[in-house]
Design a binder for this molecule. Structure first.
Ligand SMILES: Cc1ncc(COP(=O)(O)O)c(C=O)c1O
Length: 388
């Protein structure tokens, strides 16, 4: 199936070169129609929908998702977004003063903020281990990260795919080293489902969150939180609702506590099976491969144009459907508006500590022409002297 015919399945504006699938995904028409059908069903019969059918529908979603990411359906709950899962888990653990949460300095800003606040409230320490870039190989990365382990390290929190730097991190190696040391691991896999394969049974980490509304293409507000069975009793609901001390408890306190958290629109989370069907119908494994190939084809040109090195070796271990390179600009927010307003290119220009990164994302509807448009825009912006 060509990129053009795949594009016809998306609702994206035709006049924009869309190179930012990574931020919020984009929902294909058949999945979006299913979402709206659920919303209609809810509005026609709100009470029966919310009090009877919703829990059944959520069960089906969990089951479909669990098969897709290989875990027990009772170990995963639907949550609105990964921040929700991070807050739920971080606030549940009985931290002691001086405990340390080891992480990298490549994490998503919202998660850093959540951890910092919670650590400041309980007297724990959020340790952002500086990671040497460019990445060289898994072993060097693991050695680098584990230099930050001390006898106070109570958890490792780490992205599976980083946001601003768009790097796939060697999570399998991190998990197995952490296991040797008896340190629990919490993986932020916001970018993972639908992007790279995920097998939670094999990975065997303690906590994992992923967004379904990015690369899995469900409507926004659909993510998951996985917690290893033995740890579930410790994880308290972020929003306490009827599932806590439930009048009619199910077989699982974990599901009761976390599945429902007050009245809201849960329908985005009901479209999981439809998203998986869509990916199967359009052979998303080969779409993803084609996209990764396109990402790599332009990587060196992108890095040369921006006069910045690639952040990792160009292979599937480190690079998926996104590529980030540092860009030297005095005003990232203005540069972002320039891409959008003058060149009609949607691409994130992201601050990360003292640096700024430009990241392109590629999905099935993108073509080499999209990246040519980006390269031409960067060349033009450089000519105008807008980069340092
Ligand atoms: C690495 C990473 N973690 C977490 C998130 C989750 O953000 P939110 O909870 O705002 O959806 C994102 C979103 O882009 C991300 O890139």
């Amino acid at each position: 199936m060509t990129a053009q015919s795949l594009k016809s399945h998306f609702l994206l504006n035709e006049d924009v070169t869309f190179l930012n699938f990574g931020s919020f995904g984009a929902c294909p028409k058949p999945i979006f129609e299913r979402y709206q059908a659920f919303q209609l069903e809810m509005e026609r019969d709100p009470v029966q929908f919310m009090t009877v059918r919703l829990i059944q529908y959520l069960k089906k979603s969990r089951e479909a998702l669990a098969t897709y990411i290989s875990c027990d359906a009772d170990d995963v709950v639907m949550v609105p977004n990964p921040s929700y899962a991070v807050n739920t888990i971080a606030k549940s653990i009985n931290w002691q003063v001086g405990d340390e949460i080891l992480t990298t300095d490549l994490e998503y800003g919202a998660c850093d903020r959540a951890w910092k606040l919670i650590c400041s409230q309980v007297g724990a320490k959020y340790v952002r281990q500086p990671i040497q870039l460019p990445l060289l190989d898994a072993k060097t990365f693991v050695d680098n990260l584990f230099t930050g382990v001390t006898d106070r390290t109570k958890m490792i929190f780490i992205s599976h795919i980083t946001s601003t730097t768009a790097l796939i991190l060697p999570i399998e190696e991190v998990a197995s080293w952490a296991k040797e040391l008896g340190i629990p691991v919490f993986v932020d896999g916001a970018h993972v489902p639908g992007h790279i394969p995920l097998d939670l049974n094999t990975l065997d980490v303690d906590y994992y969150t992923g967004a379904c509304h990015k690369w899995m293409m469900t409507p926004k507000g659909s993510s998951f939180m996985y917690v290893k069975k033995s740890l579930q009793p410790d994880i308290k609901p972020l929003v306490v609702s009827w599932g806590y001390e439930a009048l009619f408890p199910s077989h699982s306190t974990f599901l009761d506590w976390h599945s429902l958290n007050g009245t809201r629109d849960y329908t985005a989370s009901l479209c999981i099976a439809d998203a998986i069907d869509f990916m199967e119908t359009y052979n998303w494994t080969s779409v993803a491969k084609r996209s990764r190939d396109l990402v790599k084809t332009y990587a060196n040109k992108f890095s040369e144009l921006l006069d910045s090195p690639l952040l990792a070796p160009l292979n599937d271990d480190f690079i998926g459907q996104m590529l980030s390179v540092e860009i030297k600009t005095p005003d990232p927010e203005k540069l972002y508006r320039t891409f959008v307003d003058e060149y009609k290119i949607e691409i994130p220009v992201m601050r990360h500590d003292a640096k700024v990164y430009l990241r392109y994302s590629i999905n099935g509807f993108n073509t080499a022409e999209d990246l040519d448009v980006l390269m031409a825009a960067i060349t033009d912006i450089k000519k105008k002297g807008a980069l340092l």
